[in-house]
Design a protein around this ligand. Structure first.
Ligand code: FES
Length: 183
Protein backbone atom coordinates (compact mmCIF):
# COMPACT_ATOMS: atom_id res chain seq x y z
CA UNK A 1 0.00 0.00 0.00
CA UNK A 2 2.65 2.54 1.03
CA UNK A 3 4.78 1.34 -1.91
CA UNK A 4 1.75 2.00 -4.11
CA UNK A 5 1.38 5.46 -2.72
CA UNK A 6 5.09 6.13 -3.15
CA UNK A 7 4.91 4.98 -6.77
CA UNK A 8 1.91 7.22 -7.37
CA UNK A 9 3.70 10.13 -5.68
CA UNK A 10 6.76 9.57 -7.85
CA UNK A 11 4.60 9.44 -11.00
CA UNK A 12 2.82 12.60 -9.89
CA UNK A 13 6.13 14.40 -9.37
CA UNK A 14 7.44 13.20 -12.75
CA UNK A 15 4.24 14.29 -14.51
CA UNK A 16 4.34 17.65 -12.74
CA UNK A 17 7.96 18.15 -13.79
CA UNK A 18 7.11 17.31 -17.43
CA UNK A 19 4.16 19.70 -17.34
CA UNK A 20 6.35 22.44 -15.88
CA UNK A 21 9.03 21.94 -18.54
CA UNK A 22 6.33 21.88 -21.25
CA UNK A 23 4.87 25.05 -19.81
CA UNK A 24 8.21 26.82 -19.93
CA UNK A 25 8.66 25.81 -23.59
CA UNK A 26 5.10 26.89 -24.40
CA UNK A 27 5.71 30.26 -22.76
CA UNK A 28 8.97 30.59 -24.70
CA UNK A 29 7.11 29.93 -27.96
CA UNK A 30 4.39 32.36 -26.98
CA UNK A 31 6.92 35.06 -26.15
CA UNK A 32 8.54 34.69 -29.57
CA UNK A 33 5.14 35.04 -31.24
CA UNK A 34 4.29 38.06 -29.11
CA UNK A 35 7.58 39.93 -29.42
CA UNK A 36 6.31 43.40 -30.21
CA UNK A 37 7.34 45.80 -32.92
CA UNK A 38 8.38 49.30 -31.80
CA UNK A 39 5.06 50.65 -30.56
CA UNK A 40 3.51 53.29 -28.35
CA UNK A 41 0.18 53.04 -26.58
CA UNK A 42 -1.93 56.15 -26.05
CA UNK A 43 -5.58 56.68 -25.12
CA UNK A 44 -7.06 53.57 -26.75
CA UNK A 45 -4.70 53.68 -29.74
CA UNK A 46 -1.55 51.73 -30.43
CA UNK A 47 1.04 53.23 -32.76
CA UNK A 48 3.17 50.60 -34.47
CA UNK A 49 6.24 51.42 -36.54
CA UNK A 50 6.22 48.88 -39.38
CA UNK A 51 9.41 50.06 -41.10
CA UNK A 52 11.38 47.04 -39.82
CA UNK A 53 8.72 44.42 -40.60
CA UNK A 54 9.95 41.51 -42.72
CA UNK A 55 7.93 39.85 -45.47
CA UNK A 56 5.98 36.74 -44.58
CA UNK A 57 6.81 37.01 -40.88
CA UNK A 58 3.84 37.28 -38.55
CA UNK A 59 4.04 39.99 -35.90
CA UNK A 60 1.49 40.21 -33.13
CA UNK A 61 0.70 43.48 -31.45
CA UNK A 62 -1.67 43.95 -28.53
CA UNK A 63 -4.50 46.43 -28.91
CA UNK A 64 -7.27 46.87 -26.34
CA UNK A 65 -6.45 43.46 -24.95
CA UNK A 66 -6.74 41.73 -28.32
CA UNK A 67 -3.96 40.24 -30.45
CA UNK A 68 -3.58 42.07 -33.76
CA UNK A 69 -1.76 40.26 -36.56
CA UNK A 70 0.52 42.30 -38.81
CA UNK A 71 1.82 40.46 -41.87
CA UNK A 72 3.76 42.08 -44.71
CA UNK A 73 2.94 40.38 -47.98
CA UNK A 74 5.57 39.16 -50.40
CA UNK A 75 5.14 39.49 -54.18
CA UNK A 76 3.92 35.87 -54.30
CA UNK A 77 1.37 36.49 -51.58
CA UNK A 78 0.10 39.59 -53.37
CA UNK A 79 -0.22 37.64 -56.63
CA UNK A 80 -2.11 34.84 -54.86
CA UNK A 81 -4.64 37.10 -53.11
CA UNK A 82 -8.29 37.09 -54.15
CA UNK A 83 -10.00 40.34 -55.17
CA UNK A 84 -11.56 40.73 -51.72
CA UNK A 85 -8.27 39.73 -50.11
CA UNK A 86 -6.38 42.44 -52.01
CA UNK A 87 -9.07 44.97 -51.08
CA UNK A 88 -8.45 44.19 -47.40
CA UNK A 89 -4.74 44.99 -47.68
CA UNK A 90 -3.46 47.90 -45.64
CA UNK A 91 -1.13 49.86 -47.91
CA UNK A 92 1.81 51.51 -46.21
CA UNK A 93 4.30 53.13 -48.57
CA UNK A 94 5.00 50.60 -51.34
CA UNK A 95 4.02 47.65 -49.20
CA UNK A 96 0.85 45.74 -48.54
CA UNK A 97 -0.03 44.28 -45.14
CA UNK A 98 -2.64 42.10 -43.59
CA UNK A 99 -3.76 43.77 -40.38
CA UNK A 100 -6.44 41.91 -38.48
CA UNK A 101 -7.59 40.88 -35.03
CA UNK A 102 -5.87 37.52 -34.56
CA UNK A 103 -8.85 35.60 -33.27
CA UNK A 104 -10.66 32.83 -35.07
CA UNK A 105 -14.18 33.95 -35.97
CA UNK A 106 -15.61 30.60 -34.89
CA UNK A 107 -15.05 30.60 -31.13
CA UNK A 108 -12.11 32.91 -30.65
CA UNK A 109 -8.97 30.74 -30.56
CA UNK A 110 -5.76 32.28 -31.87
CA UNK A 111 -4.97 30.76 -35.29
CA UNK A 112 -1.36 29.77 -36.00
CA UNK A 113 0.42 31.19 -39.05
CA UNK A 114 1.82 28.56 -41.42
CA UNK A 115 4.62 30.47 -43.09
CA UNK A 116 5.38 27.80 -45.70
CA UNK A 117 1.73 27.69 -46.85
CA UNK A 118 1.10 31.42 -46.20
CA UNK A 119 -2.14 30.69 -44.38
CA UNK A 120 -3.57 30.46 -40.88
CA UNK A 121 -4.86 27.29 -39.25
CA UNK A 122 -6.97 27.19 -36.12
CA UNK A 123 -6.12 24.18 -33.99
CA UNK A 124 -9.42 24.30 -32.05
CA UNK A 125 -11.84 23.02 -34.72
CA UNK A 126 -9.88 23.10 -37.97
CA UNK A 127 -10.84 26.46 -39.54
CA UNK A 128 -8.41 28.00 -42.00
CA UNK A 129 -7.80 31.54 -43.28
CA UNK A 130 -5.72 32.75 -46.20
CA UNK A 131 -2.97 35.37 -45.93
CA UNK A 132 -5.60 38.08 -46.29
CA UNK A 133 -7.40 36.73 -43.22
CA UNK A 134 -10.30 35.41 -45.30
CA UNK A 135 -11.95 32.25 -44.02
CA UNK A 136 -11.30 29.38 -46.42
CA UNK A 137 -12.44 26.44 -44.30
CA UNK A 138 -15.35 25.89 -41.93
CA UNK A 139 -16.32 26.30 -39.17
CA UNK A 140 -15.05 29.92 -39.30
CA UNK A 141 -18.08 31.94 -40.46
CA UNK A 142 -16.27 35.20 -41.27
CA UNK A 143 -12.89 36.60 -42.23
CA UNK A 144 -10.67 37.64 -39.35
CA UNK A 145 -11.79 41.12 -38.40
CA UNK A 146 -9.98 44.32 -39.28
CA UNK A 147 -9.65 46.79 -36.40
CA UNK A 148 -10.03 50.55 -36.91
CA UNK A 149 -6.73 51.83 -38.29
CA UNK A 150 -5.09 54.72 -40.01
CA UNK A 151 -1.68 55.10 -41.60
CA UNK A 152 0.71 57.90 -40.74
CA UNK A 153 4.00 57.59 -42.67
CA UNK A 154 5.43 54.21 -41.68
CA UNK A 155 3.28 54.12 -38.57
CA UNK A 156 0.14 52.06 -38.29
CA UNK A 157 -2.28 53.62 -35.83
CA UNK A 158 -4.58 50.97 -34.39
CA UNK A 159 -7.78 52.33 -32.87
CA UNK A 160 -8.35 55.32 -35.17
CA UNK A 161 -10.44 55.00 -38.30
CA UNK A 162 -8.74 56.59 -41.31
CA UNK A 163 -9.90 56.87 -44.94
CA UNK A 164 -8.71 53.40 -45.99
CA UNK A 165 -10.52 51.81 -43.05
CA UNK A 166 -13.74 53.71 -43.79
CA UNK A 167 -13.56 52.63 -47.42
CA UNK A 168 -13.21 48.98 -46.38
CA UNK A 169 -16.10 49.44 -43.99
CA UNK A 170 -18.34 50.84 -46.75
CA UNK A 171 -17.38 47.90 -48.97
CA UNK A 172 -18.38 45.42 -46.23
CA UNK A 173 -14.89 43.95 -46.01
CA UNK A 174 -14.30 44.31 -42.28
CA UNK A 175 -16.71 41.93 -40.63
CA UNK A 176 -18.17 43.07 -37.34
CA UNK A 177 -15.71 44.32 -34.73
CA UNK A 178 -17.11 44.18 -31.24
CA UNK A 179 -15.01 45.92 -28.65
CA UNK A 180 -15.09 45.71 -24.93
CA UNK A 181 -15.55 49.38 -23.95
CA UNK A 182 -13.66 48.71 -20.69
CA UNK A 183 -10.62 47.18 -22.41
S1 FES B 1 -12.30 28.43 -32.65
FE1 FES B 1 -11.23 28.24 -34.53
S2 FES B 1 -12.19 26.59 -35.51
FE2 FES B 1 -13.29 26.81 -33.67
Amino acid sequence: MSEDINRRDAMGIAFGACAAVGGVFALGGMKAAWDPLPSVKAAGSTLVDVSSVEENVLYTESWRGKPVFILKKSKEMIAKASKDGAARDVIIGDNRFLVCIGLCTHLGCIPAYKKDKTMFACACHGAEFDASGINTRVPAPLPMLIPPFKVDGTTLVLGEAGDAYNKMKESGLLGKVELDPKA
